[in-house]
Design a binder for this molecule. Structure first.
Ligand code: CP3
Length: 345
């Protein structure tokens, strides 16, 4: 048997072991709250070019690891590389977020051939290989993709925020939406499988727009497609743990935890830890769920909030994280403080 100490703590917890202190990583740990990231970012003319540069992506991953003793690295990329590769060009408008041409304005929905689309993403897999070679063995490397519904909402209405037009499309054009979700399931499965082949130790599905759906629609656009994605990954020979993060799922977390086949559950800030513990299958690892604003605030309030999270998840195999991504207003000093509190230093 492999030496237990050589298995990254994150992977041990994903397999159902409880560790004290828990492993910690931070969603969006590479990003604009770091001055060195903002400097690096100026070297590419737009954000997607940055993501498609294996050298820049690798450097962005290394930056937080140099500052903080984190237990995982996450690939530097974006969930919107998939629509971009499928020929639905994505642009990032300063201060406004991602923009695409809305599918709902078009009569026929056409996408580029998925095989060609995957070839366009080859710099992402090259980045995974480089990152794997650059990080210490005890740090787990996380690959990721967006959940099918979250990526579909960006494609349907051309931006995030209110999902009214996306939900209306599910009522008005159910077959078209189903076909779109099927394309995204297949692309996402291939995309994750390639990341794992290139060295990812586990993967996370970011279903960031899980809120506001009726139970029936939640089944239709989240549970069904996610279950297909997980099954497809297993058929493709992917055996690594899969973390599902259905942000905003609320009471439907129970269905997500039990019916999709994911191995671990990302818990958002609004969800009580004991609710997640109660509804998840026995021994399932839970990840979360500090409010990102606590890292902006810092000081004693941050310490208290972090300790509350540690206590709330004390019965579960727990991975310390935020309930959503760290914001640009957070400071590196406050994040360093948080990591010390969680590690009991
Ligand atoms: O460190 C990491 O977590 C890895 C990289 C990562 C990014 N985006 C980098 C990024 C990951 C995992 C994502 C996921 C992502 N992207 C999600 C799911 C998670 C979530 O936050 O809900 C979503 C919805 C997106 C789409 C997206 N990309 C948004 C909404 C934005 C912000 C736009 C803005 O201007 O605020 C992006 C851009 C983006 N992705 C940035 C980073 C570091 C900032 C862009 C920049 O540096 O110019």
């Amino acid at each position: 048997m492999a030496d237990r100490e050589s298995i990254p703590a994150l992977l041990r917890v994903l397999k159902g072991e409880r560790l004290d202190p828990p492993p910690i990583w931070i969603m969006r740990q590479a990003g604009r709250y770091l001055p060195e990231y903002r400097e690096l970012r100026t070297r590419a003319k737009n954000f997607l070019d940055f993501c498609y540069s294996p050298a820049l992506a690798t450097e962005a991953v290394m930056q937080p690891l140099r500052r903080f003793p984190l237990d995982a690295a996450i690939l530097f990329s974006d969930i919107l590389v998939i629509p971009d590769a499928l020929g639905r060009a994505v642009s990032f408008v300063e201060g406004e977020g991602p923009r695409l041409k809305p599918l709902v304005d078009e009569e026929t929905w056409r996408f580029d051939d998925p095989e060609r689309a995957l070839q366009r993403l080859s710099p992402v897999y090259e980045a995974v290989e480089r990152i794997k070679g650059a990080i210490p063995k005890d740090i787990a490397l996380i690959g990721f993709c967006g959940g099918p519904w979250t990526v579909a909402t960006y494609m349907l209405q051309g931006k995030g925020g209110e999902k009214d037009r996306s939900r209306r499309a599910v009522f008005e054009r159910p077959e078209d939406v189903e076909a779109l979700l099927d394309v995204l399931v297949e692309m996402s499965a291939q995309h994750l499988a390639k990341q794992v082949q290139a060295g990812a130790d586990c993967v996370q599905i970011f279903e960031s727009w899980s809120e506001g759906l009726s139970p029936l629609m939640f089944q239709q656009v989240i549970i069904g497609p996610t279950r297909k994605l997980v099954q497809r990954l297993r058929v493709l020979g992917v055996t690594v743990p899969i973390i599902g993060f259905p942000r905003g799922a609320g009471a439907q977390l129970e269905a997500y935890a039990n019916e999709t086949g994911v191995n671990a559950l990302g818990v958002d800030t609004q969800t009580p830890a004991d609710f997640a513990f109660k509804v998840a299958p026995d021994g399932m690892a839970l990840q979360g769920n500090l409010d990102p604003q606590a890292i902006v605030a810092g000081g004693e309030a941050l310490e208290r909030a972090a300790r509350d999270v540690l206590i709330a998840f004390k019965s579960a195999p727990h991975i310390f994280n935020l309930g959503h991504g760290i914001t640009p207003e957070a400071t590196p000093e406050n994040l360093a403080h948080l990591v010390r509190v969680v590690k009991g230093q």
